[in-house]
Ligand binder design. Structure first.
Ligand SMILES: [Zn+2]
Length: 287
């Protein structure tokens, strides 16, 4: 994607990474997309990339990515060598949070906690208009704090993390475990809204988990606003009964924190990546 000076998207190309073909293939795919975009924007001199996981300050390699073939690999350095220009690599949830803080639903708020609810669960923190990575670049990684030590095993090594209990696959698995037919998370919510008691029960349990997880974040950080993104952020009950579940867990006599849906849609992550690239040079590109 090419992001213009006015933050409008000038051009967008979307290709699957085909991660099952491995690391070198992904590097080549990203390189091909950037080369294609560069033909329309030769003045660009840096690239921003949002990806699951984050760069280890210790080794310079990627860690914690659920695209596990990227872990332990120097993705930014390899892309810079491939492209011949600076590459700013950032966690995709951090990119989402930055874009929503500066240009979306979090505008005007001092501390924005951006949440991704999708196949995985991530988060990012923006304070005073700047990404807050933390000492070890793991700030906002609420997806891997534990809700239930006896819960399902996670790729991170823990059990019952938020990601394993609140992601789309978790909601879908819970519906099947309750005896329901296999269907995606959005369909579970639709069934619940239509009066299906089993789906409604599964959804309430999921909303309660949302309340526990987000309530923990509010108790620790007390952000100015919480912006939800990812496919599951379209589930309307999050903003009603989900919010009530958060209020039950907060160590206070009220919950005034706005919990709102994103306004940039699935472009937020790539816009955030481009903003970071632009901040590090004159570039205006993200992918
Ligand atoms: Zn985990």
């Amino acid at each position: 994607m090419i992001l213009g000076e006015d933050h409008a998207i000038e051009r967008r190309v979307r290709v699957p990474t085909e991660r099952e073909r491995g690391y070198e293939w992904i590097v080549a795919r990203v390189g091909a997309v950037v080369t294609e975009l560069l033909a329309d924007a030769p003045e660009c001199d840096a690239v921003g990339i949002g990806t699951p996981g984050s760069v280890s300050r210790r080794t310079g390699t990627l860690k914690n990515s659920n695209t596990v073939c990227l872990n332990g690999r120097p993705l930014a350095a390899d892309l810079e060598a491939h492209l011949g220009m600076p590459v700013r690599l950032e966690n995709d949830a951090n990119c989402f949070a930055l874009a929503e803080a500066l240009l979306g639903a979090g505008r005007g708020h001092e501390m924005v906690f951006g949440v991704i609810l999708g196949t995985g669960v991530g988060g990012g923190l923006v304070v005073g208009g700047r990404l807050w990575g933390g000492r070890q670049d793991i700030a906002g990684e609420w997806g891997h704090h534990v809700l239930d030590p006896a819960g399902p095993a996670c790729y991170c090594g823990a059990r019952g993390c938020v990601e394993t209990m609140l992601s789309g696959p978790a909601l879908e698995a819970d519906h099947v475990a309750a005896g329901g037919p296999p269907c995606d998370a959005a369909a579970v919510a639709v069934r619940a809204a239509a009066g299906d008691e089993r789906a409604a029960c599964v959804l309430e349990r999921w909303l309660d988990r949302f309340g526990r997880g987000v309530g923990n974040v509010v108790n620790i950080l007390d952000p100015s606003v919480i912006v939800l993104g990812g496919g599951l952020s379209n589930i309307a009950a999050l903003y009603g009964r989900g919010r009530e579940a958060v209020a039950r867990r907060v160590f206070n006599d009220e919950l005034t924190t706005p919990i709102v849906q994103n306004t940039l849609g699935d472009s937020a992550g790539v816009i955030g990546a481009a903003l970071l690239a632009a901040a590090s040079g004159r570039a205006r590109r993200g992918t």
